[in-house]
Design a protein around this ligand. Structure first.
Ligand SMILES: C[S@@+](CC[C@H](N)C(=O)[O-])C[C@H]1O[C@@H](n2cnc3c(N)ncnc32)[C@H](O)[C@@H]1O
Length: 223
């Protein structure tokens, strides 16, 4: 098994354990008082969705964005929810059934390998893409699949820019149990996402949220 496969297996195990309580615990994510719901709303609004749009929610987890997206696209629209972890998708499926949404397709796939459907109107990823080592590639694949003027938006966490590297490394070291956090801090995936959105999208925007601990990156596909 390659290192990438081992990382993927470990991630799936982590989210299998989290899935059952994810909707509850995510209210405190990444810290109590964090305006997560408001940030989700802002991310969905940045897509400028219209009735009938097709939206990919990349690494959708349990589908916490679905309600917001459904409200914008209506029953003639379509959501494709993609996630690596079966247990998270199972919770998403329960949410879809409970709400009677008949326009949601759930796909178990690695974001890096997912073949985006053609002519997608919008792609959203919240609190997930920085966990994907190939995040720049995912932005590129998505941008290529978007219809002209279609929108990409990524909401995720980051380390504030002015945090000295030694301090963020120390932060990582104190939670050594989570080797992936160490790796995340060293990899600085938000910089990759920022560069990829600048390169692949027109009118790219980058908004720092919550004192630089989160960001919203967005942009449009070339017409
Ligand atoms: C913190 S949860 C966020 C879920 C959801 N987007 C939300 O906002 O609540 C991260 C999700 O990313 C998924 N994930 C991580 N790496 C992935 C990958 N390479 N491909 C697809 N999904 C991935 C996990 O399975 C998990 O469901």
């Amino acid at each position: 098994m390659s290192q990438a496969d081992r990382t993927r297996e470990r991630l799936i195990e982590v989210y299998r354990k989290k899935a059952k309580r994810y909707d509850l615990t995510s209210r405190l994510y990444p810290a109590p008082g964090y305006p997560q719901r408001a940030q989700r709303t802002r991310a969905v609004q940045s897509l400028g969705l219209r009735a009938g749009d097709t939206v990919v929610d990349m690494a959708c987890g349990t589908g916490l964005n679905f309600q917001l997206v459904e409200a914008a696209i209506g029953p003639t629209g379509r959501i494709v929810g993609v996630d690596l972890t079966d247990a998270m998708l199972a919770r998403a499926g329960e949410r879809v059934a409970a709400n009677g949404w008949s326009n949601v397709t759930l796909v178990q796939a690695d974001a890096a390998e997912f073949a985006f459907p053609a002519e997608v109107d919008a792609i959203l990823s919240t609190y997930a893409l920085t966990q994907v080592p190939e995040c720049g590639q995912v932005i590129a694949h998505g941008a290529a699949a978007l219809s002209g003027g279609g929108r990409w938006a990524v909401l995720d966490l980051k380390i504030p820019d002015l945090t000295p590297r030694w301090l963020s490394r120390l932060g990582g070291a104190t939670v050594r149990g989570s080797a992936s956090l160490d790796e995340w801090i060293a990899r600085r995936p938000w910089e990759t996402i920022r560069a990829a959105t600048r390169e692949r999208l027109v009118d790219p925007s980058w908004t720092e949220l919550c004192f630089g601990t989160a960001f919203l990156a967005a942009g449009s596909a070339r017409s």
